[in-house]
Ligand binder design. Structure first.
Ligand code: FDA
Length: 394
C-alpha cells in the first residue's frame, strides 16, 4: 500500500516545517519525513539554546550565493516582520541581542513548539525516525518514496534536508545526491560560519591563551567584520572570525585590526609624549587583554619603554596592530560549522517558487540550496522565506 499525499517534504528542520505549514494552511495534505529521532534539532541547538530566529535587518546583501539575486524574491515576500508576527502570536518573549539579532528570552524549544503547533493546526503529518531508501519519479509524474515506514507518493516533493554541518545532528549529503539524481548541478560545498585553525608558530604562540577574547576587525577579500574574536585551543573563533570564515579560503590573506576604532598612530605618539617610561606591553594591556598584549610583545613586537622607540619603529608597530597578518591553516570543518556554503545550483531553480526548472513538482529549499547567510539569524530567515515561497507554490 502506498499512502498518497499532495506533497511530501524531506527534512523536518526550519525550512521543511515552514513549507509544510504554508502548504497545509492552503488545504494540501502534507507529509514531512525526517530520519532523525526528533524534529528541528538545529533549531534546538541554535543561538546557544535561545535560537537567533531572525535578523530585523536581513537583506539580500547578507547572503552568499553564486547568483546573489536568487534570494531576493523569497526574502522580499516573507520578511523578518512576518516571522516576528508568528513569534508574537505564539506569545514567545524575545529580545534583540545586537545588530538586529532576535533571540528567544527563554528557549529554542519554543520555536520548535511553534512550528509543530502550526503543523498540527494545518493538519500536517510529521514522521521522525523515517529513513528514505529510494525516491522514484514514476511515469504519471508522481514522486514515490520507499522508506523504513512504508511507501508514500505525491505529485510534489520538497527537499529540505539541509547541509553537511554537524553530522551528529542528522546532517547528510542526501539533498545533494537527490539533486544530482534529478539532473541538477551541485556547486562545491565547504564549511561556513566555522572556527579557523592555526598551525606552526601562530598555534604554538597562542594556544595557551584559549578563552581570551578581544574585539577585532577581521578583513579578508575586501570584506570586513568588526566583533569579538576568541582564541581557542585549535585556533580562533568568535563572531568576527565565524563571519569572515564565509569569505576565507586556504591561502587567502587574513588581517586583523587588534584595536578597531582606535587611531593607533595617535595613541602611540600620545604614549611616547606622556608615558615615556612605561613599557609597551603594559600600555597595550590597558587597551586589550593583558595576556594577549604580553604575548604580542613576546613574539611579534620588541618590548621596551616608549621613549626608546624611534619614529619608524612606532609606525611599524601601528601597522602591525592595525593589520595583523594571521595565517590560518584551515577550518574546523563540518563538525563545528554552523552552515554549509555552496549546494544545489540556483540556476536550476525558480527564485519565486524554488521549483526545479528540470523536473516539475520537485522543490529545493533552505540550506541545501546555494544560499548562505551571515551569522546573526540570517540563515533561519532564509529557511523561513524559501520554505514559505515553496509552500505557497506547491
Ligand atoms: P536543517 O538542517 O535545519 O534541517 C534539515 C533536516 O533534514 C534535519 O532535521 C535532518 O535530520 C533532515 N535530514 C537530513 N538528511 C535526511 C535524510 N536523508 N532523510 C530524512 N531527513 C533528513 N542560523 C540562524 O539563523 N540563527 C542561529 O542562531 C543559528 N545557530 C546555529 C547553531 C548551530 C550550532 C548550527 C549548526 C547552525 C545554526 N544556524 C543558525 C544555522 C541554521 O541552523 C541552519 O541554517 C538551518 O537550520 C537550515 O535549515 P534547513 O531546514 O534548511 O536545514
Amino acid at each position: 500500500m502506498t499512502a498518497q499525499y499532495d506533497a511530501i517534504v524531506i527534512g523536518a528542520g526550519a525550512a521543511g516545517l515552514m513549507c509544510a505549514i504554508a502548504a497545509g494552511q492552503r488545504g494540501l495534505r502534507v507529509l514531512v519525513v525526517d530520519h532523525a529521532n526528533k524534529v528541528g534539532k538545529k533549531i534546538l541547538m541554535s543561538g546557544g539554546g535561545r535560537c537567533n530566529f531572525t535578523n530585523t535587518g536581513a537583506t539580500p546583501a547578507n547572503y552568499l550565493s553564486a547568483n546573489p539575486h536568487f534570494c531576493k524574491s523569497a526574502l522580499a515576500r516573507y520578511t523578518p516582520a512576518h516571522f516576528i508576527e508568528l513569534v508574537e502570536r505564539h506569545r514567545i518573549a524575545y529580545h534583540e541581542k545586537e545588530l538586529g539579532q532576535l533571540f528567544c528570552d527563554e528557549s529554542s524549544k519554543q520555536v520548535v513548539k511553534l512550528l509543530l503547533d502550526e503543523c498540527a493546526a494545518a493538519n500536517v503529518e510529521v514522521r521522525t525516525h523515517c529513513s528514505i531508501e529510494a525516491v522514484l519519479h514514476v511515469d504519471n509524474g508522481e514522486f514515490r518514496l520507499r522508506t523504513t515506514q512504508g511507501a508514500f507518493s505525491a505529485p510534489a516533493l520538497v527537499v529540505a534536508s539541509g547541509g553537511l554541518s554537524i553530522p551528529s545532528m542528522g546532517a547528510s549529503g542526501f539533498g545533494y545526491q537527490l539533486a544530482k539524481q534529478f539532473g541538477h548541478e551541485v556547486l562545491p560545498t565547504r564549511a561556513g560560519l566555522v572556527p579557523l585553525t592555526l598551525t606552526g608558530k601562530h598555534a604554538e604562540r597562542l594556544h595557551d591563551l584559549a578563552g581570551v577574547s578581544l574585539p577585532v576587525e577581521a578583513r579578508c577579500n575586501d570584506v570586513i567584520f568588526r566583533n569579538f574574536m576568541l582564541v581557542t585551543h585549535r585556533g580562533i573563533s568568535g563572531p568576527s572570525i565565524l563571519q569572515i570564515s564565509n569569505f576565507w579560503q586556504p591561502g587567502d590573506d587574513l588581517r586583523l585590526d587588534l584595536l578597531p576604532g582606535i587611531d593607533i598612530d595617535a595613541l602611540l605618539q600620545e604614549w611616547q609624549r606622556e608615558r615615556r617610561d612605561a613599557e609597551l606591553k603594559t600600555l597595550l594591556g590597558e587597551v586589550m587583554p593583558k595576556r594577549f598584549a604580553q604575548r604580542l610583545c613576546e613574539h611579534w613586537i620588541a618590548n621596551k619603554p616608549l621613549r626608546q622607540y624611534n619614529a619608524p619603529e612606532l609606525r611599524g608597530i601601528a601597522g602591525l596592530l592595525s593589520s595583523w597578518p594571521l595565517i590560518a591553516s584551515g577550518t574546523e570543518g563540518y563538525r563545528t560549522a554552523e552552515v554549509t556554503l555552496g549546494g544545489v545550483d540556483t540556476d536550476g531553480l525558480s527564485s519565486s517558487t524554488m521549483m526545479s526548472r528540470h523536473v516539475p513538482g520537485l522543490y529545493f529549499i533552505g540550506e541545501v540550496v546555494d544560499v548562505t547567510g551571515w551569522l546573526g539569524g540570517y540563515n533561519f530567515q532564509w529557511a523561513w522565506a524559501s520554505g514559505h515561497a515553496a509552500g505557497l507554490a506547491l
